[in-house]
Design a protein around this ligand. Structure first.
Ligand code: ATP
Ligand code: MG
Length: 430
């Protein structure tokens, strides 16, 4: 196949056969976020590169290795690798942080990272994310985590373990970074090249390294929880007790440091072991320093990102229910050209009533139309022949039960009156 006919590596097409899975996660994430009082925000697909360097951080994999950047008319832009930086930029630029706080927004967007493609790791992927700006309370941390958990529950997912940790504030982290440096220094030669540099610039990042050798070296590294200052420690205790109050189970995992530099205090991941090595379906935490670092007021904030592809993979592996695939409800089969105007008229009358109606557009023979109606899985079929037109009556055939009901074809009102059992709402409220 010619190269231009192949989609770029690490990208996916979502064909109509799979779109109902996407609609399921999009509908549920939106409904849950709105029920928590979050409003949707839409931001550009690309930003000035410096935004990500300043927020995500110079020592992260994302900025060091994974950005898609272009220079256009002398300005360097980058396709967003995540949603937080652009969202905070938008809050600042639109004066949202000068309004009553907290600001609570959610988004569903594509992200771009130049990674090695594998199951659950793409170069273009999609995130549902939430950001909450202007709340320092540990209840905000618990609320965000509960929002993520509600989404997972609502989608019917099971056995997803909530891992939490606190990575403290810059104050407690200084002592911790020093302890990490002392621990890793004797192993310097054995570390991967990136980690040798991290050892100098940001040793905590070493704990996030994906290399098996480095992970083995990091096994007995000092644990941040032993270095938390009084305030961070009290905050973490309060988050844990709020989670316990709400019946949210968690495990404490001191290895969770998150790949992005802007996190402080609480960090968390929801992890499944159903989809292989890339099992983090949702990851987030508090980033109290970010807004100030980008030139705003010192406003505490927090949020998470949920990978929609990984969510769908997990749902598939656990055989969770998706929304029903869209299908034809009433198929009108004109037997010859003279019945087509009637088919067109009634199809439209049905659509006005919210019924999905179709009729033959390609001049199939009667037999071929029957076969086609079956293939598209229509719920009802109406044959329009000369008899039916003359008598002004036809048969509405339920394709599942085979049951036929006589219907009047003389007025659209009568025609549509028999469709009360076609329900356009399903379990997802669509
Ligand atoms: P990982 O450790 O898997 O590389 P990360 O720390 O880079 O993750 P975040 O930046 O926190 O990930 O992104 C939030 C979520 O987005 C992840 O938990 C995951 O569900 C999803 N995600 C991240 N990168 C990818 C990717 N390349 N392909 C698909 N989903 C991704
Ligand atoms: Mg990553």
């Amino acid at each position: 196949m010619a190269n231009y006919l192949k989609r770029p590596q690490g990208t996916e097409d979502v064909t109509p056969a799979r779109i109902h899975k996407w609609k399921t996660v999009e509908t549920v994430t939106r409904a849950v976020a709105e029920s928590f009082g979050f409003s949707e925000i839409r931001i550009p697909t690309f930003e000035v590169t410096e935004l990500f360097q300043r927020s995500v951080g110079e020592t992260t994999d994302v900025v060091q290795k994974e950005m898609y950047s272009v220079i256009a008319r002398e300005t360097q832009f980058t396709l967003r690798p995540e949603g937080t930086a652009g969202t905070i930029r938008a809050m600042l630029q639109n004066g949202m942080l000068a309004e009553a706080l907290p600001q609570k927004v959610f988004y569903q967007l594509s992200c771009f990272r130049h990674e090695r493609p594998q199951a659950g790791r793409l170069r273009e992927f999609h995130q549902f994310g939430v950001e909450l700006a202007g709340a320092a309370s540990p209840y905000a941390d618990a609320e965000i985590i509960l929002l993520g958990k509600t989404v997972l529950d609502r989608l019917g997912l099971k056995d997803i373990v909530l891992n939490i940790n606190s990575i403290g504030c810059p104050k407690c982290r200084a002592a911790y970074q020093a302890a990490l440096r002392a621990y890793f220094e004797p192993h310097r030669e054995a570390l991967c090249e990136t980690c040798q540099e991290r050892l100098v610039r940001n040793p905590m990042r070493l704990l996030d390294c994906k290399s098996k050798e480095d992970q083995a070296i990091a096994k007995d590294a000092p644990v941040i929880l032993d270095y938390l200052c009084e305030e961070c420690s009290a905050h973490f205790e309060a988050v844990k007790s709020a989670l316990t109050d709400m019946g949210v189970e968690y495990v404490i995992n001191p290895k969770i440091v998150r790949g992005l530099d802007y996190y402080t205090k609480t960090v968390f991941e929801f992890i499944t072991n159903c989809i292989g090595a890339q099992g983090t379906v949702c990851a987030g935490g508090r980033y109290d320093g970010l807004i100030e670092q980008l030139g705003g007021q010192p406003i505490p904030a927090l949020g998470f990102g949920m990978g929609l592809e990984r969510l769908i993979l997990t749902m598939e592996s656990q055989e969770c229910a998706f929304m029903e695939q869209q299908r034809c409800e009433v198929y009108l089969a004109p037997m010859d050209d003279s019945a087509k105007p009637t088919a067109l008229r009634y199809a439209n009358a049905l659509r006005e009533m919210g019924v999905r109606a179709e009729f033959d557009l390609v001049g199939r023979s009667f037999k071929a139309q029957m076969k086609y109606a079956n293939n598209i899985g229509t719920k009802y079929l109406v044959v329009l022949g000369s008899n039916e037109l003359e008598q002004g009556r036809g048969q509405l055939k339920n394709m599942e039960t085979g049951k036929q009901t006589e219907i009047r074809l003389d007025t659209a009102e009568h025609f549509t009156a028999d469709y009360s059992d076609i329900s356009l709402t399903d379990q997802f409220g669509e």
